[in-house]
Structure formats: C-alpha cells, structure tokens
Design a protein around this ligand. Structure first.
Ligand code: G3H
Ligand code: 13P
Ligand code: ZN
Length: 311
C-alpha cells in the first residue's frame, strides 16, 4: 500500500471517537517497534519526522525505512513533517514524498501565521499532501527551541474559524495545557487540561480534526528505571492517560508522542547494559529496546488512542 494522507483516517477517527497516534521516528528500531505494534493491532498510524530527525538520519534513510514499513505492514500509514517552521522545509518534504506536513506558525502574529500556512496549503494541496496548522503556543522543548511557561499561551477559540477558513488547513494543533518534553508539570502540580477550550473549539469547528502535541504520559516506570540504572532524571510528570483517552473521544484525531518513545528506549538500554556489563554488540541492547517501544506503542493504541482494529 502507498503512503496515505490523513484525510480518511481522521474522518473515521472523528466519527468513531478515537484518535490516531503520531509517533516521532529517528531510526530503524523505532520505526520497527512502532509499526510492528500497529500491524499486530491492525491500527492506522502517522509516523512523523522533525527537522532534527531529518538532519540526524537524513531524508532518504527515513523515507526508505518508512517504505520498508509500508511493505511489511500494508497498513494505512501517513508520513508527516513535525513542526515545519518554513515554507521551504515543507516544500522539500512534500517534494520528497511525505503525505502530510505541519507548518508551525504559532510563534508568528495571527496574520503572519495565516499567510505562511496558506502558502504551504496551496503548495501541499496542489501536490497531493495535507497540512496541519497550529494556533496557540505550547510550553516545553522542541528541537532547539525552548518555550517558557510565560511565553506559552492557550489557543483562543474565537480565532479558530477565521484561521481555518482563510488558510484551508486540513487539521489544527491547539494548546490546552499539554507541553513538549518530559517535564510537563512541576512536582506536586496536578496535571490539568483545558477541556472547556477544546469543547468550545469543537463547537466552532464541527467535524474538524484537532491535534494534540506534547501528549506523552512520561511513563513513571521508565523514569524510575532510568534512575535505578545510573540515570539522573529529575521528577518528570506527563499527561495522564485518561485525559488523553477523553480527548480522543472528542474532536482530537491525532495525538503526538515522542518523549515516551525516548524514555522506553533509554530505560531499556540502561537496564540491559547494567544487567549485562559484558555486552557490547548493539543488537544485544537494541533488540529489547525495540521490543519495549513495541509494547509501549501497543499499550497506547489500545488504552489511549482506541485505534486498534481500525486500519
Ligand atoms: O515536538 C518535538 C518532538 O518531540 C521532536 O523532537 O525535534 O528533538 O526531534 P526533536
Ligand atoms: P511529547 O514530548 O509529549 O512526546 O510530544 C511530542 C510532540 O508533540 C511532537 O510533535
Ligand atoms: Zn509537537
């Protein structure tokens, strides 16, 4: 099966009250772990590539890994640029075969965000790709950009209709209290999401797919394992899974997960090397790390996203 866009999968997800997992990929073991889980559970999937991942692994390697996954799984798979910040990178990914791009103009003024997003939409639609835009600003670390809590801002519901109408975007990422990275809330702070904002946005954009970034749960077992086996991670708190499940039942059709993949891999590798100090063949520690990625993604598909059996 060739790559698909997200149009059909979001439509079904919206109507079916579930969400599609969008997992960040950087290397072969991550691609394999994610797609093997999705294959076993017959789940549609978005694989997404950040500018940093593209620089690390190269466009061609990532493209070929995803082509291999398509061949192996025969699943509806979209390949998406995560947090594109210029027209040029979006164009380059579309020209290079991606079926979906995000243009993240959330740090620009409303008018400039509209102009840039519209430019990407025109190019993408003329070339068979779809576009995710963003309104509002998440806190946290993404690529080399660190957005402080003070600079973060919730999406303003009164802006969404105009933004969608004037840009023609296919989906919209919003800020309702999630954030990027492993440190989403301070120790002692109770995780909270602004479901009232999500509801108001959904009311204003009936049937329109909403995207949640920064949606890792920061699985506590992994943080514990990392620290047990020589790591030094401060307290890390993520988004409770039941909140994500609730969002998936609403208008949220795409849920972005990266940090949980990083934690799964790192925790497993640390544990493996601590328990087998004589091992030096990378396959010895990458194999269980890939297995853990698969287990974690399977858990998300069944318990958080609800996308199992929906391919
Ligand atoms: O939202 C950002 C993703 O977690 C990607 O992170 O740019 O370090 O690859 P990265
Ligand atoms: P996390 O850091 O919560 O995994 O978010 C990933 C993300 O939003 C990628 O765009
Ligand atoms: Zn993101």
């Amino acid at each position: 099966m060739p790559l698909v866009t997200t149009t059909e999968m979001f439509k079904k997800a919206y109507e079916g009250g579930y969400a599609i997992g969008a997992f960040n990929v950087n290397n072969m073991e991550i691609v394999q772990g994610i797609t093997e889980a999705a294959k076993e559970l017959n789940s549609p999937l978005v694989l997404q590539v950040s500018a940093g991942a593209r620089k690390y692994a190269s466009h061609t390697y990532l493209m070929k890994l995803v082509e291999a996954a398509l061949e192996e799984t025969n699943l509806p798979l979209a390949l998406h640029l995560d947090h594109g910040d210029t027209f040029e990178i979006c164009k380059s990914c579309i020209d290079g075969g991606f079926s979906s791009v995000m243009i993240d103009g959330s740090h620009h003024s409303f008018e400039e965000n509209i102009r840039l997003t519209r430019q990407v939409v025109e190019y993408a639609h003329a070339n068979g790709a779809v576009v995710e835009g963003e309104l509002g600003r998440l806190a946290g670390v993404e690529d080399d950009v660190n957005v402080s809590e003070e600079d973060a801002s919730y999406t303003k519901p009164e802006e969404v209709e105009e933004f969608v109408a004037r840009t023609g975007v296919d989906s919209l990422a919003i800020a309702i209290g999630t954030s990027h990275g492993a440190f989403k809330f301070k120790p002692g702070q109770k995780p909270q999401l602004r479901f009232d904002i999500l509801e108001e946005i959904s009311r204003r954009l009936p049937g329109f797919p909403i995207v949640l970034h920064g949606a890792s749960s920061v699985v506590p077992e992994y943080v514990k394992m990392i620290n047990e086996y020589g790591g030094a991670m401060p307290d890390a708190i993520g988004i409770p899974e039941e909140m994500l499940r609730q969002a998936a039942k609403m208008s949220v059709c795409k849920i972005n997960i990266d940090s949980d993949l990083r934690l799964a891999m790192t925790a497993t590798i640390r544990q493996h090397l601590a328990q087998h100090p004589d091992h030096f063949d990378p396959r010895q520690y990458l194999k269980p790390a890939r297995e853990e990625v698969k287990k974690m993604v399977a858990h998300k598909i069944v318990n958080v996203l609800g996308s199992d059996g929906k391919a």
